[in-house]
Every structure is written in C-alpha cells, then in structure tokens.
Design a protein around this ligand. Structure first.
Ligand code: SF4
Length: 316
C-alpha cells in the first residue's frame, strides 16, 4: 500500500514538473487551439472483400496556425527517448490521426495537415507530414493487419501478448493471459496454492543460481590468482582438474577493411545475411516485395519464462 502511494506520488511529482516546464516553454499561450482530447473515427475499406472497418481514437490537441490554412495535430509524449525524424515520418499512429482528421473535415487538403509530436521531457516538438502515397500505404498496412488478425482467429491461432509499462493503462488486463491470473485468484483458489508454491520455488532456485554464479566468479578469480603465482595453467583436486585456456577474440576496423576488400570484389563475401536487419527494413520495402519475403518466412515458437521481482498488489 505504502509502495503504491509512493509510486503515485512520484508520478504526480513528475507530472507537475512536466506541466511547469511546458507552461514556461509555451508562455504566453497564443496558440489557436481548435480542439483538445478530440475524438475521431475513420473508415477503411478492404478493396478485395469490400468490407468496411472503423478505426477510432482520441487526438490530444488540434491547432490551426494563424498564417495559412494549416491544421496541426499534436500528440504529447512523455517518453525519454526521442525517435528519429525518419521513424516519425512513418509513424502509424500519426498516419491514422491524419486519416481521422480528413474524415472529419473532408474539405481540408491533406497537404495542409501538420503532424507534431511534442516531447514534454525535452521541450521539443518534431513535425512531419504525409503524402497521398503514404496515406494509401497506411490504409494497406491496416487492412493487411486486420486480415492477419482475422486469419489467426479463423485458424484458432493464439495472440501472444506483449507486456510493457503500458499494461498499467490497458483495459484488457483481466482477460489478458499475462495478467489474468492476478484477477482470477480471487475466484479460483483450486490450484492457486500449488502454483504459488511452484512459482516461489522457481524464484528460490533463481536466487540460488544467481548466488552460485556470483560465488563461481569469486572462485575463478582466486584460482586464476593461484595459477599466476605458481606459474601453472592447471590445478588438480580429488574431483578432477581445472584448466585455464586463453581465448583470443579479434575485432577489426570494418570501415577500413571495406576500403581494402571492396576494390578486389571480396567485401560482399564477408557480409552475412542478417535476419534481424531484414526485419528492420521489411516495412520500408514495396508491398509486392514484402509479400514475397513474408511468404518465405517460417515461425518457430518456444516459451521462455521470465521472473520479475516487482510486487503486484492483488486485485480485491
Ligand atoms: S495487459 Fe495484455 S493486452 Fe494489455 S497491453 Fe498488456 S500485454 Fe497487451
């Protein structure tokens, strides 16, 4: 309880600081604010199935600039990290807001809509725009995602949840596999005690593992010291013996190596295909190419169990 109180107080203190900073940076307030917490809806039609899908949301703030006929959508961000301009130029949330504003005020020219992220912690506003082409691509991306969801639903595939700090604000927590147990424990006590014992044992073993790893590191340091003193590389004991092996790893200045290998046509021989890099560029590839690559993708699913020591207040 005390812990919760402290957490809420810390949130409030941080919020007050951000508000003061925001006020100072934007004073005197002579913006032309058109709407705040502005609800919108936009319709997207699947050209193949002719199905209509509705996306809805809330835009933090809409301004109209005094000069020109420019409308500015402003989204406040409290995060520390400021994404690159490139990432903002492709941001899906802002593209959807853009579509929402056009749906509400169809007389607006898409060229006259400015999309701005206001990073409160840094007092920075970064703006972007969307071309007709980008908006069409956004619609295709949304339809593709909806189709994927529908396909998964039809095939009884599951939807793995991706927990993040945003879970604290998510309305689906009571039914989300990541949090359901916290809510269910008040109804179903049946196997609850047993699973709690198993979870407690898991934590205990993890703790022991951490302590063992720490001690192993200490022992290693003592053994290396002994080997250095005695000028030996192996120590014997009734259980067996320990051998020190020196491993050597090299690193190269790849920029300079590239200058040497490229002219003799050998540079591409050392460039390995990297799946992580492929996933990073996937969304920026033309649709047809993306589809071809996705058709060659196979998924392997495996569970990992992570333990978080954070105490969560049980739902009453
Ligand atoms: S509670 Fe579940 S559904 Fe909601 S954000 Fe967290 S992981 Fe996603």
């Amino acid at each position: 309880m005390e812990e919760d109180g402290e957490k809420i107080k810390a949130y409030c203190d941080e919020g007050i600081l951000l508000l003061k900073k925001f006020y100072k940076e934007n004073h005197p307030w002579n913006f032309n604010v058109v709407d705040l917490e502005s609800r919108f809806e936009t319709e997207i039609i699947d050209e193949k199935s002719k199905e209509k899908h509705v996306l809805a949301g809330i835009i933090d703030r809409i301004d109209k600039e005094r000069e020109g006929n420019i409308y500015e959508i402003i989204d406040y961000k409290t995060q520390k990290r400021m994404p690159s301009k490139d990432a903002l130029d492709q941001d899906l949330q802002m593209s959807i807001y853009h579509l929402g504003l056009i749906k509400r005020w169809p007389h607006l020219s898409p060229k006259n809509i400015k999309l701005s992220f206001y990073f409160l912690k840094h007092g920075e506003k970064i703006s972007s725009t969307r071309s007709d082409e980008q908006l069409e691509k956004t619609k295709k991306t949304i339809i593709k995602t909806i189709n994927e969801i529908e396909e998964r639903k039809a095939n009884n595939y599951d939807f793995p949840p991706f927990p993040s700090p945003l879970c604290d604000w998510c309305g689906y927590r009571p039914m989300c596999p990541m949090w359901k147990h916290l809510y269910e424990s008040k109804y179903a006590k049946l196997d609850d005690d047993q699973i709690k014992k198993v979870a407690a044992e898991y934590f205990e073993l993890k703790k022991q593992n951490e302590a063992n790893n720490e001690r192993l590191d200490e022992l290693k340091t003592i053994i290396y010291g002994f080997m250095d003193d005695k000028k030996i590389e192996r120590v014997f004991e009734s259980e067996g013996y320990l051998t020190r092996k020196i491993q050597e790893r090299f690193s190269y200045d790849l920029e300079k190596i590239k200058e040497i290998l490229e002219p003799i046509g050998k540079w591409k021989d050392i460039l390995d295909a990297d799946e992580k890099k492929l996933e990073k560029i996937l969304n920026s590839l033309p649709d047809g190419i993306q589809e071809k690559i996705l058709a060659l993708r196979t998924a392997k699913r495996f569970p990992t169990l992570t333990a978080s020591k954070k105490k969560i207040k049980e739902e009453k």
